[in-house]
Design a protein around this ligand. Structure first.
Ligand code: LMR
Length: 428
């Protein structure tokens, strides 16, 4: 009797499950509570731009380099590397930590060609999915091995930094960075925040070409920041997404990092080739952590790989091959350095042109920050409402925080852009 009851109830369960599957209610019930995610403040702008049929539209939203005709650029060194790679390599899995050659070359860019830390094998480093992936790996590592810690993030910062540490469940604190009135660095408040943070705090620093403000500390200020970090025993994670884009010289743009290294800090660095090699969609970058000795570096690297394995197993091979081919060949590396400088110089030229156009229009506002800021972005000081007007009335797309991607400004659109900015800033 007991056996019969068990069989009968199983059949009943099966019947009700089958009926449930057949009904549209059951099919639609799994995700009924899912609401659409908010649009990404940066990539959402690109979506809106693409959907606009206007022939006048201008995209100065996303930080992606364009040539003076507004077209995406593939660097000549990348084209040549691709020719060399084509058909000559297999497509096997990379190790969990990625391409050893690419990582070696990448460390030299950040730590210096003759870095003693590299020679002493004190740097734990893995290939990462561009800068985002490098930051995310670090955030996961931080959560796993320093679960009590928080991360101090500048105000403002690249919006995705917040998402990265939120999803890694690391609590976020902020530190002062930008001074709205001067459109420059709020150095005094920054130093106060570094001083007042609990000893041994984690800080996220932009190594150069701060995103979104285009405002970097001077060399002297970096030295003071480094000293204060030392006094407090803080950890610095440098996000270096724009090496070469600030001054046109990757070596010069690594100055902040070199100062921290000279001062004996055990730092972390997130590097990316999205911008400086134009390898946006290849997702190639590197996370490194400077350790006390080789033994510690081996342990840290193995743990970083362990974090990567269940997330994406091992990183993609093609972008890593491009980078190692370019940086491993002296001639191609020279070509790359020339091309990075060319991109940085075009942007600097566009800064001058935008400022001049606004001044020639008789603007009552000061626009000198356009040429004082550095890197890919100009933090214009425009309000979200003014940005909305630019989009609605002029089909100009940019992030609502007033950030202009100078990489999208060209000889062809700079007057149109200046005129539109003049109209919305003079009439509101
Ligand atoms: C940007 O800030 O526009 C870029 O870093 C692109 C991105 O992924 O947000």
């Amino acid at each position: 009797m007991a056996l019969w009851n068990a069989v009968a109830s199983r059949l009943a369960r099966q019947r009700s499950w089958t009926a449930g599957v057949g009904s549209s209610r059951a099919l639609s019930s799994w995700w009924h509570s899912v609401e659409p995610a908010p649009k990404d403040p940066i990539l959402g702008v690109t979506e809106a731009f693409l959907a606009d049929p206007s022939p006048d539209k201008v995209n100065v939203g996303v930080g992606a380099y364009r040539d003076d005709n507004g077209k995406p650029v593939v660097l000549e060194c990348v084209r040549e590397a691709e020719r060399r790679i084509a058909g000559s390599m297999n497509m096997e899995y990379l190790p969990m930590g990625g391409s050893v050659k690419m990582v070696e070359e990448t460390l030299k860019l950040a730590y210096g060609d003759n870095s003693e830390f590299i020679k002493d094998k004190r740097v734990a480093a893995v290939q990462a999915l561009s800068g985002t992936g490098a930051c995310r790996l670090f955030a996961e590592f931080q959560k796993r091995f320093r679960p009590e810690s928080q991360i101090y993030i500048p105000v403002p910062t690249w919006s995705n930094h917040h998402n990265i540490w939120r999803d890694a469940q690391v609590p976020q604190r902020t530190y002062h960075y930008y001074h709205a009135e001067s459109r420059g660095l709020d150095f005094a408040s920054l130093m106060d925040d570094v001083k007042n943070a609990p000893s041994g705090s984690f800080f996220l620093l932009h190594a150069c070409a701060h995103n979104p403000t285009g405002v970097d500390p001077s060399e002297e200020q970096w030295r003071e920041i480094s000293q204060q970090f030392k006094a407090k025993g803080h950890f610095a994670l440098f996000d270096m997404a724009y090496q070469g884009f600030a001054s046109g010289d990757p070596e010069r743009d690594a100055k902040s990092i070199r100062i921290f290294l000279e001062d004996g800090h055990f730092i972390g660095i997130a590097q990316s080739y999205a911008k400086n090699m134009g390898l946006y969609g290849q997702r190639v970058g590197c996370l490194s952590v400077l350790c006390e000795d080789e033994k510690q570096a081996v342990a840290v690297k193995s743990q970083l790989q362990m974090i990567a394995r269940p997330m994406y197993s091992n990183p993609p091979v093609h972008g890593a091959l491009i980078v190692s081919t370019i940086l491993g060949d002296p001639e191609l590396k020279q070509l790359w350095l020339k091309e990075v400088k060319g991109m940085a110089d075009r942007i600097i030229g566009m800064r001058t042109a935008l400022r001049e156009n606004l001044e020639n229009l008789g603007s009552s506002l000061s626009w000198k920050h356009i040429t004082e800021q550095i890197g890919m972005f100009c933090y214009s000081g425009m309000t979200p409402e003014q940005v909305d007007r630019l989009t609605k009335e002029f089909h100009i797309y940019m992030t609502r925080n007033g950030r202009i991607s100078m990489a999208g400004v060209t000889t062809g659109n700079v007057r149109y852009l200046a005129n539109a900015i003049h109209v919305v800033t003079e009439s509101t």
